[in-house]
Design a protein around this ligand. Structure first.
Ligand SMILES: [Fe+2]
Ligand SMILES: [Fe+2]
Length: 418
């Protein structure tokens, strides 16, 4: 919800955080590749997953040689060189290393290993996009106050139950406090055994913009941890971006204008101009938006004011989604699963974008009322954790919403008649 943190939650988070921060020092190396200075290897989304990929990892020391070897099914190995950068935040420092891989063949199976000054990792799986179909996991807000144990459980269940996904998305508010180094460490450690072989799509949430005093700052950690595709912005690089996978053009929008504008104004105007160009330039059959904040104002449902039940994010973005013919909009932030269905011109409709508020994948749960006008489907209250699978072919989109134990809670099919 819009209110960042109430006092009770803050006190709870403070003591949980203090404990976790101390413990964090002892578990700091838990996600290292055995016997090496290579931490948290991960695959990050690129604009074109048919032929490119970004591999990132942490190290505690600077290294002269940062390489990734990529091996195809015939056993041919090609080496790619990369670079590293010093990153310091919350009193901790680390090197963040990155290698850009290109010239891959579409619809192909590869393995890769990191080679850092002669030290190697195991070989990890890497698959390229066939440009025709795709399946992904979507995780809602994963922010936790339990050492990220809930996030570990939800993600582990989902990864194990759906081993053949092409990528996984986190819809923002990955961590509760974007400056807290121990929280990032816990978030990564919870899924560190899965990340090397699964392609990750991060979406920025408002909690990524909070400093340790719960004031807004630029999302320094998020921007450094995930080298997402270039949006050609000089002021807001990596704040928003797009990529293709299968038959879908995904546009990852940034809803944090309230948080970021007072520090660095102009993101919304720049982003909207970019967004229009992006959609116009894409020939993909599906145009799908991923953005953190939902479009319903659940705090204002009883008001008679015009558009009282649409929040500021909705008022700014929804007319543009209508105009551009966006097919599906995934949101989060409310920590509750709601399938809003088609909404056009701010009203429930049988056409226009389908809106899905994706739920919660951490232990931070809110009580959210129902809007009968827009909430076609919601989960039983109090809210449980959940995750989604999405499948796209040229003609069909299939959404499924699951509880962590695998119980199917909602499914929805949308045909593409364009
Ligand atoms: Fe959240
Ligand atoms: Fe949020």
């Amino acid at each position: 919800m819009a209110a960042a943190v109430d006092r009770r939650s803050f006190i709870k988070m403070f003591f949980t955080g203090l404990f976790s921060a101390i413990m964090g020092k002892f578990t700091k190396t838990s996600a290292a590749v055995a016997g090496s200075d290579i931490f948290l290897p991960r695959q990050i989304i690129t604009g074109d997953s048919r032929s490119t990929r970004v591999i990132m990892w942490h190290s505690h020391y600077a290294h002269n040689s940062l390489m990734v070897n990529v091996r195809d099914k015939a056993g041919q190995v090609r080496s790619y060189a990369g670079g590293g950068g010093w990153f310091q935040d919350d009193g901790e420092a680390v090197y963040i290393n990155k290698v850009f891989i290109n010239n891959l063949q579409p619809a192909s199976q590869y393995t890769y290993q990191i080679v850092q000054d002669g030290t190697t990792t195991p070989w990890y799986s890497l698959y390229t996009d066939d440009g025709e179909a795709m399946e992904a996991l979507i995780f809602p807000d994963s922010q936790c106050s339990d050492g990220y144990e809930t996030w570990r459980q939800v993600a582990t269940e989902a990864f194990n139950r759906h081993p053949h996904i092409n990528l996984f998305v986190n819809m923002g508010d990955l961590v509760d406090n974007g400056e807290a180094a121990y929280q990032w460490r816990q978030w990564f450690n919870a899924i560190s055994s899965y990340m090397p072989s699964r392609l990750f799509v991060p979406v920025m949430g408002n909690h990524e913009t909070y400093d340790l005093n719960w004031k807004c700052r630029l999302p320094h950690a998020f921007l450094n941890l995930f080298a997402v595709p270039d949006n050609h912005s000089t002021s807001f690089q990596r704040y928003y971006y797009s990529f293709d996978y299968g038959p879908v053009h995904f546009i990852v929008l940034n809803t944090q204008f309230e948080e970021i504008d007072p520090i660095r104004p102009g993101m919304m105007e720049e982003q909207l101009a970019w967004f229009r160009q992006e959609v116009a330039a894409s020939a993909k059959p599906w145009q799908v938006v991923l953005m953190h904040k939902d479009i319903i104002n659940y705090d204002n449902l009883g008001s008679e004011e015009p558009l009282a039940d649409i929040d500021e994010v909705g008022k700014r973005f929804m007319p543009v989604f209508d105009e551009l013919g966006i097919d599906v909009v995934f949101t989060a932030h409310q920590h509750t699963y709601r399938r809003h269905g088609h909404i056009y011109n701010f009203s429930p409709a049988d056409h226009g974008p389908v809106y899905i508020d994706t739920g919660v994948a951490g232990n931070c749960r809110y009580s959210v009322p129902r809007t009968k006008r827009f909430d076609k489907v919601m989960l039983p209250q109090p809210e449980s954790d959940n995750y989604l699978t999405i499948q796209f072919s040229n003609r069909e989109f299939i959404l499924k919403c699951y509880l962590p134990d695998g119980q199917l809670m909602d499914s929805f099919v949308l045909n593409n008649n364009k």
